[in-house]
Design a protein around this ligand. Structure first.
Ligand SMILES: CC(C)(COP(=O)(O)OP(=O)(O)OC[C@H]1O[C@@H](n2cnc3c(N)ncnc32)[C@H](O)[C@@H]1OP(=O)(O)O)[C@@H](O)C(=O)NCCC(=O)NCCS
Length: 152
């Protein structure tokens, strides 16, 4: 998590979470994903390779105060990009949202220049809906939506 959150691609596309030490990362995991599991029954998950159990990224569902709908998020270490891992893990999370959480709709927010993320979302069945600005963010983001009764 410490490595991932400090990747230039993560900071550029998602944001700087200010996590600089192992202790910061532990706090981030406790206050973020673990608190979300506790409160909602879902959250961001670690994605690992099956043979080695090596951690390569995160993917999961997020409930933000700033959005009425639950959104999907993902980020991977750059050396594991373009191997289909974002699509594979996000497909599983989309199916979890529908089958276990019982959602009928899922959204995603993405920087308009993040072509890779937009491609992953479109492959998953998401379509662009509108521009949004969340809380204190400096720029507008694209909001994508997915009707889970249709996406396969
Ligand atoms: C965006 C990101 C998650 C993509 O992960 P990935 O594992 O490389 O994606 P996949 O290999 O599953 O690719 C899925 C599709 O997207 C396409 N794609 C991936 N990166 C792309 C890029 N930079 N530009 C255009 N298409 C791209 C792939 O070609 C593939 O499409 P195809 O099957 O038609 O060839 C990854 O680049 C990342 O972690 N970026 C930093 C964090 C981030 O931006 N997260 C998203 C925040 S909304």
């Amino acid at each position: 998590m410490l490595t991932l959150l400090n990747e230039p691609s993560f900071i550029r596309n998602i944001g700087d979470r200010g996590v600089r030490t192992i202790a910061d990362a532990q706090l981030y995991i406790t206050a973020g994903p673990l608190a979300s599991y506790e409160r909602f029954g879902f959250g961001l998950y670690m994605v690992e390779l099956k043979p080695s159990c090596a951690p390569i990224g995160i993917c999961g569902l997020v409930k933000r105060d700033a959005l009425p709908d639950i959104d999907i998020g993902f980020a991977f270490l750059p050396r594991f990009w373009s191997m289909g891992y974002a699509f594979e893990s996000a497909s599983a999370v989309r199916d979890q949202a529908r089958e276990e959480v019982g959602l009928r709709r899922l959204v995603a927010i993405v920087d308009p220049v993040n072509d890779g993320s937009i491609r992953v979302l479109e492959k998953l069945g998401f379509t662009f809906e509108r521009m949004v600005r969340l809380g204190e963010e400096e720029k507008d983001l694209k909001l994508f939506g997915c009707d889970l009764s249709r996406a396969s």
